[in-house]
Design a binder for this molecule. Structure first.
Ligand code: NAD
Ligand code: MG
Length: 389
């Protein structure tokens, strides 16, 4: 029996994870569930999965959840705040942590799981992008297991030999090829991009996801963050990580080897496949995903990304090459700019301009500990807010 904490259980990844767990009650028990604002939904999840602990954002939400749980006759312990998230991520009662909070809000709890030597199923790519080497060091020194949930990285992981140790050359790996759908604006005229609405930006052609990652997919910052994520997970330099536009989202990514072989992982675009793979690794379990019907799809297409259309992708490569605090700044600036776009404060094309101006403004510095990291994160957020106002 594996005992699981799901950080962000009310989100898109959290719900997909619970879907898979519900298929295998003999293998998995839920230790803790966490949510930020959707308290009713969390109460329903508690009724179905009977966690020992539930964590919410603040004292008022905790009161509301306690009242709902009491009415259902449940004895789940209710706690709140960031320390409580870290506690359920590192508790001795939990073996596996699904890190599925969106953005920097998930950093502390993901890191707590890493320091505690847990099996970490990492969906929260922003945590790894912003903390990089610190995260990898925490995983190494505690003996934690880090398994990627992001579909591309999960695909790459499946295409690498089991003995792979963050060293491409040692295993004859020449390139990591990350596929990208291109998002909703792949063919829209660049001149009209500034008039797109948040509703248009979050309407992804092939995946159903949370709002922030959906906007990231529309700007292709999502792929940029994934390039940095791939660097940390697989130890490949920027020059060995390529992005290929593949609108069907059937090939989830590929690994190109020195002998000319290219291995790919295919499947329907449904996050329950990578979630099930990481949960049961190295075994395979049913995920509830419908089988892939290749003849119904008919054609798979591939093109190069256009960096004029998607400047965020270039900004992410620039940040990876710059090293130090650059990816932390990139991530923080992106989070603030995307939120401003979703709240109608700035146009779509302002997202990349705000990030570029912030990266120009803040000199790259060394990130040696969590405090210098958080300082860079805050400096970047303040800079973007100042530009916006
Ligand atoms: P979502 O918006 O649907 O859910 C986010 C979850 O985080 C919710 O449970 C919410 O309660 C919680 N949360 C939000 N702000 C919080 C805060 N300040 N403190 C504590 N908890 C907070 O997002 P999602 O689409 O499920 O994405 C989650 C993560 O997984 C992101 O990092 C995303 O990039 C990554 N990811 C998602 C997908 C996908 O298909 N949705 C695919 C790959 C990677
Ligand atoms: Mg992805």
């Amino acid at each position: 029996m594996q005992n699981i904490t799901i950080l962000g259980s009310t989100g898109s990844i959290g719900v997909s994870t619970l879907d898979v767990l519900a298929l295998h009650p003999d293998r998995y028990a839920v230790y803790a569930l966490t949510a930020h604002t959707r308290i009713q939904q969390l109460a329903q999840q508690c009724a179905q999965f009977k966690p020992q602990v539930a964590v919410v954002g603040n004292a008022d939400s905790a009161k509301e959840l306690s009242r709902l749980l009491l009415a259902k006759g449940l004895t789940t312990e209710v706690t709140y705040g960031e320390q409580a998230l870290c506690d359920v991520a590192s508790a001795s009662g939990c073996d596996t942590v699904m890190a599925a909070i969106v953005g920097a809000a998930g950093l502390a709890s993901s890191l707590a799981a890493a320091h505690a030597g847990k099996k970490i199923l990492l969906a929260n790519k922003e945590a790894l992008v912003m903390s990089g080497q610190l995260f990898i060091d925490a995983v190494r020194s505690s003996g934690a297991t880090l398994l990627p949930i992001d579909s591309e990285h999960n695909a790459v992981f499946q295409c690498l030999p089991e003995s792979y140790q963050r060293d491409p050359a040692a295993m004859g790996v020449v390139k990591i090829l990350l596929t990208a759908s291109g998002g909703p604006f792949l063919h829209r005229s660049v001149e009209t991009l500034d008039t797109v609405t948040p509703a248009e930006a979050v309407a992804h052609p092939t995946w159903v996801m949370g709002r922030k990652i959906s906007v990231d997919s529309a700007t292709m910052m999502n792929k940029g963050l994934e390039v940095i994520e791939a660097h940390w997970l697989f130890g490949a330099p920027a020059s060995q990580i390529d992005v290929v536009i593949h609108p069907q989202s059937v090939i989830h990514s590929m690994v190109s080897y020195i002998d000319g072989s290219v291995l790919a992982q295919l499947g329907n675009p449904d996050m329950r496949t990578p979630i099930a793979y990481a949960l049961a690794y190295p075994e395979r379990i049913a995920s509830g995903v419908v089988p892939l019907d290749l003849t119904a799809i008919g054609q798979l297409q591939f093109t190069k990304p256009d960096l004029n259309r998607f400047p965020c992708l270039k900004l992410a490569y620039d940040a990876l090459l710059a090293g130090g605090s650059a990816a932390t700044v990139l991530n923080a600036a992106n989070e603030v700019a995307v939120e401003a776009f979703l709240n109608g404060k700035v146009g779509f094309r302002m997202i990349d301009q705000l990030i570029a101006r912030t990266m120009d403004k803040l000199p790259v510095s060394d990130v040696t500990d969590i405090n210098s990291l958080l300082e860079q994160d805050q400096l970047a957020r303040s800079a973007v807010r100042a530009f916006i106002s």
